[in-house]
Every structure is written in structure tokens, then in C-alpha cells.
Design a protein around this ligand. Structure first.
Ligand code: PFF
Length: 451
């Protein structure tokens, strides 16, 4: 079943950093704070953490099992595990999701490039708090500039995917991820020492459970899947490169903890500043882009801070867009038997069209909506809140019911050499808790059941 001579990650740290690189991205620093801001603050955080533990960890471990056991990409894995069945739907769902996520993610990734440029040209300094909001609006609703950056970001991703400089990325991740962590820490410290910071910390950490609605639960679950990059087979592909002695339980735990830590730190960096500068926590996708420049202004050599920050954010986004692009490119390449380069062009071309439409839907095409959502929001909603949890649910159902427990345990304990104390709990969660919980959240949101 397994293939010999398949590439593996170079070292233990390499495994961890590459996987963290895929998980940590705009989801943690851009999407998490604005979702939290729009969904009731600390109550959202509580539900989010519950989703990470109850759903995120079991699904991640299950993806690791599938990837390393079959040594295949997401779609291929199910052809090996369950040939001739409909289970490959999980892979197709993932491929489509990666394509659609890229369609809006690259727009925001493009914004980070614009902000890097603005840091260099000095246009991010000496402004009143409201001016940052106005300038962001002017930029993001424009036509040429945001599209230019979106296309540039997709081009950058395309270049890396086709020229196979992934080793370089693995090496850069090792330096960049710790750097990102330290700069976040420094910004957290600056933010919590601003006047009125405690209000932001209350908003982030003092839950008002009456704020929990079905929409909040669905958003928290979607954010958990999106942030951990699970439910779409991305981690199946990554774990297919793990070596036979990678301790997958530990890797899953480390990735989950680091990813959650970065998200919470982003919250600590944003919300005290939001309250201190009188920005609305519910501002939405622009939240990070209008709050942080205010914080940078308060620092000595603010322009350098903002340049370094947006550079690191762009790189964090890049390690995620590469993984997303790879899922789609590998699929097109293998399934339609065309060269990798052609496959990558095909993916990049499609993503550019989606990216341009998403960018325009924030500005001149704002009026065109479906189910009340702009194109940008529709792609976000469809992927994070539907496709990823749906994929995760199917992965759990498949593993819980179709895979021999002995094989599962053998793989997850590296043939009995690593203890797995909570194996029965994990198996129970995967078979019952995760699929039922996800199913109920869907049904509740659709109004079919009510709790
Ligand atoms: N987890 C990434 C983030 O938080 O930015 C986004 C992402 C990457 C989602 C890869 C899904 C994926 F397969």
C-alpha cells in the first residue's frame, strides 16, 4: 500500500514548521480577530476553543493517519483506501475548497503587500485613527491597485509552486515563524499598555454566554477548521511526506497549540488597541488593517515595525497559499495527466479570475449579492462554514466506520513504539462526537433543529 522512495520532510523541526506554516496564516491574524469581533467577543473564543479540542484535534489526527498511511494526496488517498467508492468525494470537496479559498485569500494577501509598500513610502505615519479607516476603504474599494496586488500574490505563489523552491520555503519557515511569534509578542505588550486597554481584554476574555447563538457556533466551528487547515485534505497531503517515525499525536498537538496561541495573541494585539483608539470591534475584514497602523504609530521607528510586520504576515500568508495551490495543482496534474506546470497555470488562471471578482465585489460590485453576501463573503462562507466542516465530518465518518481500529492504532503509535493513552477516547470522538456535533450545528443553522 505504501510507496517507497517518496520525498519526506528533512527533519523533525522541518515537519513541524512546514505544517505550522500551512496552518498559521491570515486565518489567525486577519480572520480570527474580525470573526471574534463580529460574533460576541469572549463567548466566541470559548466556543472556538471547544471546537478546536472536540473537533479540530481528532480531525487533524485523522488526516495525518490517512496521509501517512497511504502516502498520497487528498483525492488519491481515498482511491487507495476505498477504491471505487464515493469516499473520494472528500478529496474532490477539498480540491474545490482550496481553489475557492484562494479566490478570496489572495485578495487579503495582496492587501499585505500594499501595506508593506505604504510602510516604506511613509504613508502609514502621522495620521488620525479615522484616517486609517478612510484610507483603507479608499484603497480596498478601488479597482486597479487591489487587483494588481491580488494578481501579484497569485503570481508569487504560482512561481514558487512551479519552480519547486519548497525546500527554501521550509527553510524560511523555520526562521520566519519564530520571528512572527516574537513580533506578535512585542505588539501584544505595546497594545496592553495603551490607555483603556483593559476594556479590550475584557471583550476578548470575559465571556457573556448569552451572546452564543447558532450563527456564533457555526462561525467558531468554521474558524477552527479554517485556521487549522483541516477538512479539505491539505494536511493529508502534508502528512504523506511525514517520515515513518514522525510522532503524529505530538505533531498534531503542537500544531494545534501553536496555531491557537498565534490566534489568541493576535486578539491580544488587536482588541486593547481597538478600544483604545475607538475603533468598532465589529468592523469586519478591515479590522486588522485599520487597527495596527495606529499601534505602529505609537512605537519608536513605527515605519520599520509596520514593514517587518506586514512582511511577516505576507510570508505567513504565502506558506498557506502555497499549500492551497499545491492541493489543486497536484490534483489537476495527476488526474488529467497534464504537466505540473500546465496544471499550475490552469489553477492560477482560475484563481486570478476568482480573485479579481472577489476584489471588485468589495468595491464597485458591492451591490451584487447572493443570499445577501457579496462574492468575497460568499466564497468565505461557503468554504469555511460549509465545505471544510462537511469534509471533516466525512473524514470522521469514514475513519470511524471503515478503517480497522488495529491498523489505525498501529499507524498512530508508530507500530506500538509511541504510547497513545487516549486512543479509545479519540476513536469515540471521531466515530460519534465529531460527526454528530458537526451535523447538529449544520441542522441548527438551517433551522431544521433548534436547541
Ligand atoms: N489555515 C490557513 C490560515 O489560517 O490562514 C488557511 C488555510 C490554509 C486553510 C490551507 C486551508 C488550507 F488548506
Amino acid at each position: 500500500m505504501t510507496q517507497q522512495n517518496r520525498a519526506t520532510f528533512g527533519s523533525k523541526l522541518g515537519v513541524l514548521m512546514a505544517t505550522v506554516g500551512c496552518a498559521v496564516g491570515l486565518g489567525n491574524i486577519w480572520r480570527f480577530p474580525y470573526m471574534l469581533g463580529q460574533n460576541g467577543g469572549a463567548a466566541f473564543l470559548a466556543v472556538y476553543i471547544l471546537c478546536i479540542i472536540l473537533l479540530g484535534l481528532p480531525v487533524m489526527l485523522s488526516e495525518f493517519f490517512i496521509g501517512r498511511y497511504t502516502r498520497k494526496n487528498a483525492a488519491g488517498a481515498f482511491k487507495v483506501l476505498a477504491p471505487g467508492t464515493k469516499w473520494s468525494l472528500i478529496g474532490y470537496n477539498g480540491v474545490l475548497a482550496s481553489f475557492l479559498i484562494l479566490g478570496f485569500y489572495s485578495v487579503v494577501a495582496g492587501w499585505t503587500l500594499e501595506y508593506m509598500l505604504q510602510a516604506v513610502t511613509g504613508s502609514l505615519s502621522d495620521k488620525a485613527p479615522e484616517a486609517f479607516a478612510q484610507d483603507f476603504k479608499l484603497f480596498s474599494t478601488g479597482i486597479f491597485r487591489p487587483i494588481f496586488w491580488t494578481v501579484a500574490f497569485i503570481g508569487l505563489t504560482h512561481f514558487i509552486v512551479v519552480s519547486g523552491v519548497k525546500e527554501g520555503i521550509e527553510r524560511t519557515s523555520k526562521v520566519m515563524m519564530p520571528m512572527l511569534f516574537f513580533i506578535l509578542l512585542a505588539l501584544c505588550i505595546r497594545s496592553v499598555t495603551l490607555p483603556n486597554a483593559s476594556e479590550g481584554l475584557y471583550f476578548l476574555f470575559k465571556p457573556d454566554f448569552s451572546k452564543i447563538t447558532s450563527a456564533v457556533v457555526l462561525s467558531a466551528m468554521g474558524q477552527a477548521f479554517f485556521s487549522l487547515s483541516i477538512g479539505m485534505g491539505c494536511l493529508i497531503t502534508y502528512s504523506s511526506y511525514f517520515s515513518k517515525d514522525t510522532k503524529m499525536q505530538i505533531t498534531a498537538l503542537q500544531v494545534t497549540i501553536l496555531d491557537t496561541l498565534v490566534a489568541v495573541m493576535a486578539g491580544v494585539m488587536i482588541f486593547p488597541a481597538v478600544f483604545s483608539f475607538g475603533i468598532a470591534p465589529t468592523a469586519g475584514p478591515e479590522l486588522v488593517f485599520i487597527t495596527l497602523p495606529n499601534v505602529f504609530q505609537q512605537l519608536p521607528m513605527g515605519a520599520i515595525w509596520s514593514l517587518v510586520f506586514f512582511l511577516l504576515l505576507a510570508l505567513a500568508a504565502l506558506t498557506s497559499t502555497i499549500s492551497l495551490h499545491e492541493v489543486a495543482t497536484a490534483y489537476v496534474h495527476e488526474e488529467y495527466q497534464i504537466t505540473r506546470t500546465k496544471a499550475a497555470w490552469f489553477v492560477s488562471g482560475g484563481v486570478m479570475v476568482l480573485g479579481i471578482l472577489s476584489s471588485l465585489s468589495i468595491g464597485i460590485w458591492k451591490e451584487y449579492t447572493l443570499f445577501g453576501l457579496t462574492f468575497f463573503d460568499l466564497l468565505d462562507y461557503l468554504t469555511a462554514k460549509i465545505m471544510l466542516p462537511f469534509g471533516g465530518m466525512l473524514i470522521c465518518i469514514y475513519l470511524g466506520n471503515r478503517v480497522d481500529r488495529k491498523i489505525l492504532k498501529e499507524e498512530l503509535t508508530n507500530k506500538g513504539t509511541v504510547p497513545f493513552y487516549f486512543f479509545n477516547t479519540y476513536a469515540f470522538f471521531m466515530k460519534y462526537i465529531a460527526p454528530i456535533a458537526i451535523g447538529m450545528i449544520f441542522l441548527n443553522e438551517l433551522g431544521i433543529i433548534q436547541w
